[in-house]
Ligand binder design. Structure first.
Ligand SMILES: NC(=O)c1ccc[n+]([C@@H]2O[C@H](COP(=O)([O-])OP(=O)(O)OC[C@H]3O[C@@H](n4cnc5c(N)ncnc54)[C@H](O)[C@@H]3O)[C@@H](O)[C@H]2O)c1
Ligand SMILES: O=C(O)C(=O)C[C@@H](O)[C@H](O)[C@H](O)COP(=O)(O)O
Ligand SMILES: [Zn+2]
Length: 354
């Protein structure tokens, strides 16, 4: 069974307008702000009905996309908050994917040292991962989430109706973080995901699977909010994955976060086999399955140094040690696994030659 401990402020509801209305009622009129980006503005805001008008909410729309998860966008948000008298009793409602909830959470957490914020995630990735758990932040200097704070949202409202407009690639990107949750914590969840038909999305079945995925994420957050220990499990696939993601962006051939995590998980499953005894046959089966669903971000040997350099910036590192989170079997995590450069290059060879 997937772990079932979750925060009481995570609300699964198809009645988004009513849920949001209850929350907004706790804030004085004129003190509620709503942050979104172009796409959810068009596709998702209609689902919250007339709330903006009836509750005198000021809407802030920034540009979407990973390249806009930047300090410039945060400044844009701070400017509107400041100009329109936001204070510590104000509320920011973030409606969008993970880029938006990460950035909005950071803007709210730093404005006057912190105002309340609520996340309404509109992508699969944001519903099972990004909107939860209080990792907020932005990219900086070509590095993922280099600037940020841990600060949990006051509430998260998960409404699966938003997912009906997600394209297949973004669906798979979110599914990647769910696969990660299965690998680190729950063989049952892993099996559930392996048998889910990705060719024809069953939204009803998806609701239960999302709830299991959320429970895995929340179990780690509740046990270790600031990632001193077991929360490092949630970073499985990300040491190499973030390196792929940043490198891809730098090279002008960007990949979605979840895809980068998949490629990172292949590298880290190889390391898991070499360092923690993860079953080699299972490594081959899982890598083959992932490759078939997610394709591949092509790399050459001459890219290894740049990828390695990016890994040296990973937040789990201590001193010059690159500290991976690995697994010895599905559901069994080994944190703080220091891997030498030669072994990392060997793992990149494995990935490259798949
Ligand atoms: N804080 C965390 O714990 C955490 C966890 C995982 C990922 N992240 C971060 O989340 C980001 C990735 O999130 P994401 O995949 O949601 O990306 P995203 O926010 O960029 O959204 C992906 C795409 O979907 C569009 N979109 C949003 N809602 C939609 C809808 N309902 N229908 C159709 N299109 C919609 C967006 O405009 C965008 O083009 C990355 O920046 C990643 O680093 C953070
Ligand atoms: O919640 C966590 O902890 C995670 O690591 C979840 C990851 O999926 C997510 O991508 C997170 O933003 C990565 O954080 P970072 O600390 O490696 O920047
Ligand atoms: Zn992630």
């Amino acid at each position: 069974m997937a772990p079932s401990k979750i925060h009481s402020n995570i609300i699964f509801s198809q009645q988004i307008e009513a849920e949001l209305s209850k929350i907004i009622d706790g804030f004085p009129a004129g003190k509620v702000f709503l942050l979104t980006e172009d796409v959810p503005d068009k596709l998702c805001l209609p689902l919250i009905g007339q709330l903006i008008e009836t509750h005198h909410i000021r809407k802030i729309v920034i540009r979407g996309g990973e390249t806009n998860k930047s300090i410039r966008s945060v400044e844009q948000v701070w400017e509107v908050l400041s100009k329109h008298g936001a204070d510590r009793k104000s509320l920011l409602i973030n409606i969008g994917g993970g880029m938006l909830t990460d950035l909005g959470g950071f803007a709210a957490s730093t404005f006057k040292r912190g105002m309340a914020f609520v996340n309404i995630p509109t992508t699969l990735l944001a519903q099972v991962d990004a909107s939860l758990g209080g990792k907020t932040g932005i990219n900086f200097n070509g590095l993922k989430n280099e600037i940020g704070v841990f600060n949990e949202p006051d509430a998260v409202i998960i409404n699966t109706n938003f997912l009906k407009t997600i394209d297949h690639e973004n669906f798979l990107s979110g599914f990647a973080e769910m696969l990660k949750h299965g690998l680190i914590k729950s063989p049952e969840h892993w099996e559930e995901l392996m048998t889910y038909n990705l060719g024809q999305i069953d939204y009803e079945a998806l609701q239960a699977i999302i709830a299991h995925s959320v429970a895995v994420k929340e179990w780690h957050v509740l046990n270790d909010l600031t990632e001193k220990n077991i929360r490092k499990a949630l970073n499985f696939g990300h040491t190499a994955g973030h390196a792929f993601e940043s490198y891809a962006l730098y090279e002008g051939r960007p990949i979605l976060h979840g895809y980068a995590v998949v490629y990172g998980m292949i590298v880290e499953l190889y390391l898991s086999a070499k360092k923690c005894g993860f079953n080699e046959t299972e490594l081959e089966t899982i890598s083959g399955w992932l490759l078939q669903k997610y394709g591949k971000f092509d790399i050459a040997r001459q890219d290894y140094e740049a990828l390695y350099e990016l890994m040296t910036h990973d937040k789990k590192n201590e001193g010059s040690r690159i500290n991976f989170t690995l697994i010895s079997e599905i559901g069994k995590v080994e944190i703080n696994q220091d891997c030498p450069k030669e072994l990392i290059f060997e793992a990149l060879d494995y990935y490259r030659q798949l």
